[in-house]
Design a protein around this ligand. Structure first.
Ligand code: YCP
Ligand code: CO
Length: 284
């Protein structure tokens, strides 16, 4: 399903705040933090196989067991109620809180590591519902940078190369829901929606074109890039992508160019290897 906004929930701010305060005491997994440059990707399972919150790596759950609410989910009556009222729980594999601040996500595709899981039980559709966000939180795909607002329900195409950023110290909290494939025409969501949409124009950031000066300045990192700092360079390049339009595939293209122009061939090899891992193949 294409990334699109399909509806909006009216959030009860005070009940949400109560749940979020409870969730502050949870143990969050930092699985997948290698996808980020900056702060970690913190997640907490509210619904997962056998109701076991597990370690947060979706490849480490037993897909033969029915998913159920976890002890964390049970402690968040308001947030869990939002999920239970909204979606078809029979197809819900995972519901997680996903929290990031001061961080950017390396452009990647998800679901690549799930090919070994039977097609009727693996994650195939994702939804995002921002619970707490701010104007420095972004997503990107297809060289579009866009924002989701609090309470909005989005279908999210995780099979497409995407990136995200939370460019302030205020934590961004999203509900992230993963569903199995659709066997029938039965709707995933209990309100009327169509899947014919796309990212609304008014959510797309109007970024200025990348200046020649900025491009040159980024390429001037080539003599500096080493195995010690290539993730810092990644962070600079990804942040630049969220602020200015450098064209299609800007992040990977620029990282490859910086690495290949640099002195250390090991760095160029690492960037190639990362691009394969994050966007092409990732065996379980
Ligand atoms: C995301 N994808 O795009 C997540 C982050 C890894 C998987 C963690 O938000
Ligand atoms: Co992702």
């Amino acid at each position: 399903m294409r990334t699109q906004h399909i509806g909006t929930l009216e959030l009860d701010r005070s009940r949400l705040a109560e749940d979020l305060e409870i969730s502050a005491g949870f143990h969050y997994s930092e699985a997948y933090s290698d996808y980020l440059c900056g702060g970690p990707w913190k997640s907490c399972m509210l619904w997962a196989a056998s109701g076991d919150s597990g370690d947060g790596m979706v490849t480490n759950y037993d897909y033969g067991k029915a998913p159920d609410i976890t002890d964390y989910g049970k402690q968040l009556p308001y947030i869990w109620g939002l999920v239970a009222d909204l979606v078809d729980l029979r197809r819900l594999n995972f519901a997680r809180l996903a929290v990031i601040s001061d961080s950017v996500i390396i452009p990647h595709r998800d679901l690549l590591e799930l090919k070994g899981i039977p097609s009727d039980s693996r994650n195939a559709h994702r939804m995002h519902i921002p619970l707490v966000t701010n104007d420095q939180c972004f997503f990107s795909a297809d060289n579009k940078v866009y924002r989701m607002a609090e309470g909005e329900v989005w279908f999210f195409d995780a099979a497409q190369v995407h990136s995200a950023a939370s460019l302030s110290s205020t934590p961004r909290v999203h509900l992230m829901l993963d569903f199995t494939d659709l066997e029938s025409d039965e709707p995933l969501v209990k309100f009327p929606y169509s899947t014919a949409g796309s990212i609304p124009d008014d959510r797309v950031e109007k970024r200025p074109p990348m200046s020649e000066q900025d491009r040159a300045a980024l390429l001037n990192l080539a003599p500096l890039i080493t195995m010690d700092n290539y993730r810092d360079v990644f962070s600079i390049v990804i942040k630049k992508h969220f602020r200015a339009d450098g064209g299609d595939d800007f992040v990977w293209r620029t990282m490859r160019e910086i690495a290949q122009t640099g002195r250390d061939t090991a760095v160029a090899a690492r960037i190639d290897e990362m691009q394969r891992y994050f966007t092409l193949e990732r065996s379980a």
